[in-house]
Design a protein around this ligand. Structure first.
Ligand SMILES: *[C@@H]1O[C@H](CO)[C@@H](O)[C@H](O)[C@H]1NC(C)=O
Ligand SMILES: *[C@@H]1O[C@H](CO)[C@@H](O)[C@H](O)[C@H]1NC(C)=O
Ligand SMILES: *[C@@H]1O[C@H](CO)[C@@H](O)[C@H](O)[C@H]1NC(C)=O
Ligand SMILES: *[C@@H]1O[C@H](CO)[C@@H](O)[C@H](O)[C@H]1NC(C)=O
Ligand SMILES: *[C@@H]1O[C@H](CO)[C@@H](O)[C@H](O)[C@H]1NC(C)=O
Ligand SMILES: *[C@@H]1O[C@H](CO)[C@@H](O)[C@H](O)[C@H]1NC(C)=O
Ligand SMILES: *[C@@H]1O[C@H](CO)[C@@H](O)[C@H](O)[C@H]1NC(C)=O
Ligand SMILES: *[C@@H]1O[C@H](CO)[C@@H](O)[C@H](O)[C@H]1NC(C)=O
Ligand SMILES: *[C@@H]1O[C@H](CO)[C@@H](O)[C@H](O)[C@H]1NC(C)=O
Ligand SMILES: *[C@@H]1O[C@H](CO)[C@@H](O)[C@H](O)[C@H]1NC(C)=O
Ligand SMILES: *[C@@H]1O[C@H](CO)[C@@H](O)[C@H](O)[C@H]1NC(C)=O
Ligand SMILES: *[C@@H]1O[C@H](CO)[C@@H](O)[C@H](O)[C@H]1NC(C)=O
Length: 385
């Protein structure tokens, strides 16, 4: 234990930016005990056995929430490669406290996770994937919205706190969102998928950071003869009119005093946003569509389902290009600017402290320092494992 204490002194000295006076070993032991005391033993084992990768992120400044799957849910996952398990658990950690009382039916709460690994997330430099919360109106149960399923909170009240960490039990293991074409498929947007494939836009969409307004199959069927008669170029323009390139616009940005009023589509037309008591709407020229399902996270953006096709064949590549450039430069803004509509997220990383277990620029360690802390943490957690 003498050896451990001196390690801790060293860690504290190197990691000035770590949570206030945190004794990392005590913290890790305490967190694992708290999980076990709440019968979240499978999660405690998974965290304990991967503490080297997971603890540094949990120790970054600011409150965290761990969405904790039940033992049964984690065991049902079976054997998962270590890399994927670490990424999955990192996606279960929010960089903020989410109170059950803040989550309401008919609205979404969007919160940043700690998962920013580029193998899973392409939302702009250093930006981490988000989780989307809402509440069932019938039984007042909060849930995490995922494409194709909702994962309920296991408790109606806030879960227990350990230090700066809220532990909130959930009934299933969350999936890390796939790319836009995967999520569109999970949402059943098969008509849109077909049109995108025919226009050879799938790869461009999946490899850009985008907000997609996805018309339902019914909406596309309603204009199928018009679309069928359009030239290939016009079809492409119509499809790109449903995409905002280079940025994410979540529903939480579309209402309230600072609401986003408009954006430029990837075909270069203006999309305007409005909201009233019946919902949020997107307008392009003469068509107004209602957002009927909002905020499906994708690895490279977000998808909203709308009830009409934004049928506009006009193309303005110059406007599209300059909208993309300003979105890209906003995304590269200095660390500390918050992601609009998202709690607990930052605007981007300056690159320091990267390469460490899923957290991003928020760690605020100098390059080199991060590596030193990690190797110290690795030794420390090896000792308690
Ligand atoms: C850190 O916590 C461990 C375990 O509780 C304890 O043995 C050690 O003395 C503490 N170290 C410091 C520097 O406070
Ligand atoms: C690692 O996992 C095993 C079960 O697979 C468990 O017995 C052990 O306690 C875990 N280690 C830690 C440090 O949690
Ligand atoms: C952090 O958590 C503490 C304890 O739960 C709470 O009092 C405080 O308001 C939280 N801070 C933020 C910014 O959420
Ligand atoms: C704890 O989890 C186990 C499954 O691993 C379950 O059988 C048991 O009923 C749970 N205990 C409590 C008190 O919830
Ligand atoms: C609450 O309602 C939702 C949707 O109707 C259902 O899926 C969920 O299981 C219910 N949860 C509880 C705790 O009753
Ligand atoms: C998730 O819950 C919402 C609200 O009750 C519901 O509209 C939606 O259909 C549910 N999604 C799935 C896949 O069950
Ligand atoms: C999108 O995800 C699917 C399924 O994982 C994958 O096959 C496809 O290659 C991805 N697209 C791109 C451009 O990475
Ligand atoms: C977004 O803009 C970039 C840069 O102009 C371009 O390479 C990419 O294909 C565009 N993506 C979409 C979906 O339009
Ligand atoms: C809300 O806005 C939509 C789209 O502009 C409009 O069709 C609808 O009538 C409005 N509803 C109310 C209650 O104002
Ligand atoms: C298409 O968008 C342009 C704005 O870029 C607008 O002037 C025009 O009216 C729209 N056309 C239709 C049919 O909505
Ligand atoms: C990112 O994820 C990949 C694939 O799971 C993994 O190999 C890599 O080590 C991760 N990177 C970091 C910095 O955790
Ligand atoms: C977490 O939030 C804090 C503010 O509470 C911020 O300083 C930090 O950069 C964020 N970390 C991540 C990983 O987004």
């Amino acid at each position: 234990m003498k050896f451990l204490s001196s390690l801790m002194v060293a860690i504290t000295a190197v990691a000035g930016a770590m949570a206030q006076d945190t004794n990392a070993t005590a913290f890790a032991n305490g967190l694992l005990s708290a999980l076990r005391a709440n019968n979240l033993t499978a999660l405690a084992d998974a965290v304990g056995n991967n503490s080297e990768a997971l603890l540094p992120a949990l120790l970054t400044p600011g409150n965290k929430t761990v969405l904790a799957p039940s033992n049964a849910a984690l065991q049902a996952l079976g054997e998962v490669p270590t890399d994927a398990l670490i990424a999955t658990i990192t996606y279960h950690v929010l960089n903020s406290t989410v109170d059950v009382a803040q989550i309401n039916s008919g609205a979404k709460v969007i919160a940043a996770s700690l998962l920013s690994n580029e193998s899973y997330v392409d939302l702009g430099t250093g930006r981490s994937q988000v989780l989307v919360f809402s509440k069932f109106s019938g039984n007042n149960t909060a849930y995490v919205q995922q494409a194709g399923r909702n994962v309920s909170f296991a408790l109606a009240a806030n879960g227990p706190n350990y230090e700066s960490i809220r532990v909130q039990p959930i009934e299933n293991v969350l999936s890390i969102p796939g790319n836009t074409s995967t999520v569109a498929g999970q949402l059943g947007a098969s008509q849109l998928a077909t049109l995108l494939q025919n226009a050879q836009l799938v790869s461009a969409l999946d490899s850009s950071t985008v907000t997609v307004f996805a018309p339902t199959n019914q909406a596309i069927a309603a204009v199928s003869s018009t679309i069928g008669a359009a030239s290939a170029q016009d079809q492409t323009n119509v499809l790109l009119n449903h995409v905002v390139n280079g940025t994410t616009v979540y529903s939480t940005q579309l209402a309230g005093d600072n609401a986003v009023k408009s954006a430029t589509s990837a075909s270069g037309n203006e999309l305007t946003f409005t909201a009233n008591s019946t919902g949020a709407y997107v307008t392009s020229g003469s068509v107004t569509a209602r957002i009927i399902q909002s905020d499906y996270a994708a690895s490279n953006g977000v998808i909203h389902v709308i009830d009409a096709v934004l049928l506009n064949t006009t193309s303005n590549p110059q406007a599209a290009g300059s909208a993309y450039s300003s979105a890209a430069s906003a995304a590269a803004s200095p660390t500390g600017s918050t992601v609009p509509g998202v709690s607990g997220g930052t605007g981007g990383s300056t690159g320091s402290g990267s390469g460490s277990g899923g957290e991003n620029g928020g760690m605020a360690l100098k390059a080199g320092g991060a590596t030193a802390v990690l190797s110290l943490l690795a030794s420390a957690f090896w000792l308690i494992a």
